[in-house]
Design a protein around this ligand. Structure first.
Ligand code: NI
Length: 136
């Protein structure tokens, strides 16, 4: 069941919010607020260290000495966490590697941080999602 409530907001903040929802393609404010609330709940679950599914994205130069080996070694150290890995050769020099992980939020963050900290990794991102409940 949908419940209604009203929000008081400074004009300037509301204008910024409207720009934000327009840029993101939301059809109305309610939809945008629902998404923001859900996102907040997901980050709370990370803090509570519940089970999450995460995607680690790395962009790196494969000419960088030993880098691919170091990435593979780290992935093996966390093999229980890793669901799958996809490697894309972006161009002559650059590779994109996407690793899908499933496990405790803190462990997922630990692996992602180590991967992103490797020398030669040009860009690294971790996104985490949760069903809202515990994974079985
Ligand atoms: Ni490659």
């Amino acid at each position: 069941m949908l419940k209604r409530f009203s929000i008081s907001l400074e004009e300037e903040l509301l204008a910024r919010f409207d720009t934000y929802i327009e840029n993101r393609g939301y059809s109305n404010r309610s939809e945008a607020i629902r998404d923001l609330i859900r996102k907040t709940q997901v980050s709370e679950e990370w803090e509570k260290d519940s089970e999450v599914v995460g995607v680690v994205t790395l962009v790196f130069n494969h000419h960088k000495s030993q880098l691919q080996e170091k990435i593979t070694e780290l992935q093996h150290n966390y093999h229980n966490l890793i669901t799958s890995t996809t490697h894309v050769h972006m161009d002559h020099h650059n590779c994109l590697e996407v690793t899908i992980v499933k496990g405790k939020a803190s462990t997922v963050q630990e692996l992602a941080a180590q991967l992103m900290a490797l020398r030669g990794v040009k860009d690294g991102n971790l996104t985490m999602s949760s069903t809202g409940g515990h994974l079985t």
